[in-house]
Design a protein around this ligand. Structure first.
Ligand SMILES: Nc1ncnc2c1ncn2[C@@H]1O[C@H](COP(=O)(O)OP(=O)(O)OP(=O)(O)O)[C@@H](O)[C@H]1O
Ligand SMILES: O=P(O)(O)OC[C@H]1O[C@H](OP(=O)(O)OP(=O)(O)O)[C@H](O)[C@@H]1O
Length: 226
C-alpha cells in the first residue's frame, strides 16, 4: 500500500534560522514549538549548515539573517525566523509573516555625529547615507522629499560619518551603546523591529504541515507572553 501522508509526499520541512544574535532567543521558542535541533546544532565548531530536528521530520538551515528571507521567499525553505527589518527591506510578495515572536527587539534609526558635519552636496535636498537597508532608507527620505544616496555597507556603519563616507547612517539600535561609543546620536526612528515567524505563501497553501507549524509557534509565543 502506498502511504500518501503529507510528510512523505513533501519530504522534510525546511526551517531557516539566522546564525547571528537572534538565535539564542529563538532556540527556546523553537523548542516550545516542538522544533528541537539535534545536538550538533549547538556546537559552534560544527561547520554543517543543515541540521536534523529530534523528530527527524524537519531540517534546520543556519544561514545569514538576510538570507533567511531569500530562502523562504523562493521556497528553498518553507518557514523561518527573521527580523521585521529584513522582511521590510526585501518586501518579497511570497513571504507571509503570521507570528510576531516578540524577540530581537530593537529599532531602525537614522543617526548622525554629535557634532553634525554637512556632507550634503549639489543641492540641500540630496544627502549620503550609509546603511545595510538601502530600500527602507530611500523610502524614508523620499517621504520627506529628500533624495538620499544610499551607500550599502554590511556592518560597522558607525564608521561612515567620521571617515567622510556619509553624513548619516541608518542602522539598528537597541541600548544605544554602539552609537554613543562612536560619537553618534539617534535622530529619527524609522521602524520598531521584532523577529517574526515567516512562511512561504505557496507552501502554506499546499502543505498542511506549514499551517500546523504556524499554530505551534503561535501557541509557543502565547505561552511565553503568559
Ligand atoms: N542590537 C540589537 N538588538 C536586538 N536585535 C537586534 C540587534 N541588532 C540586530 N538585531 C536583530 O537581529 C537580526 C540579525 O542581526 P545580526 O546582528 O545577527 O546580524 P548580523 O550577524 O550582522 O548578520 P549577518 O552577519 O548575517 O550580516 C537583525 O536583522 C535584527 O532583526
Ligand atoms: O544599540 P546597541 O545595543 O549598541 O546595538 C546596536 C548594534 O547592534 C547591531 O550590531 P551587531 O552587534 O549585531 O553587530 P554587527 O555590526 O555585526 O551587525 C547593530 O548593527 C548595531 O551596531
Amino acid at each position: 500500500m502506498t502511504d500518501t501522508s503529507p510528510s512523505d509526499s513533501h519530504g522534510p520541512l525546511i526551517f531557516a534560522v539566522p546564525k547571528g544574535r537572534i538565535l539564542d532567543e529563538a532556540v527556546p521558542l523553537m523548542e516550545r514549538a516542538g522544533l528541537v535541533p539535534e545536538a550538533a546544532f549547538h556546537d559552534k565548531a560544527d561547520r554543517s549548515l543543515s541540521f536534523a530536528d529530534q523528530s527527524g521530520t524537519m531540517r534546520i538551515f543556519r544561514v545569514r539573517a538576510f538570507d533567511v528571507a531569500t530562502f523562504v521567499a523562493f521556497g528553498a525553505a518553507q518557514a523561518g525566523i527573521v527580523g521585521s527589518d529584513v522582511i521590510e527591506e526585501f518586501d518579497y510578495s511570497e513571504l507571509y509573516a503570521p507570528v510576531d515572536l516578540g524577540i530581537g527587539a530593537c529599532r531602525l534609526s537614522v543617526a548622525e555625529p554629535v557634532e553634525p558635519v554637512d556632507y550634503r552636496y549639489g543641492n540641500a535636498s540630496h544627502l549620503r547615507v550609509a546603511t545595510k537597508y538601502p530600500r527602507i532608507t530611500s523610502r524614508h527620505f523620499e517621504r520627506q522629499g529628500i533624495q538620499a544616496e544610499c551607500i550599502k555597507l554590511n556592518g560597522a556603519m558607525e564608521l561612515a560619518p567620521s571617515s567622510g563616507l556619509a553624513g548619516r547612517i541608518v542602522d539598528l539600535v537597541s541600548t544605544g551603546q554602539t552609537l554613543k561609543s562612536n560619537g553618534l546620536v539617534e535622530k529619527d526612528v524609522i521602524m520598531q523591529v521584532t523577529s517574526r515567524l515567516i512562511v512561504n505563501r505557496a507552501a502554506l497553501k499546499t502543505d498542511p504541515r506549514v499551517a500546523a507549524l504556524v499554530e505551534r509557534f503561535r501557541a509557543a509565543t502565547d505561552r511565553k507572553a503568559a
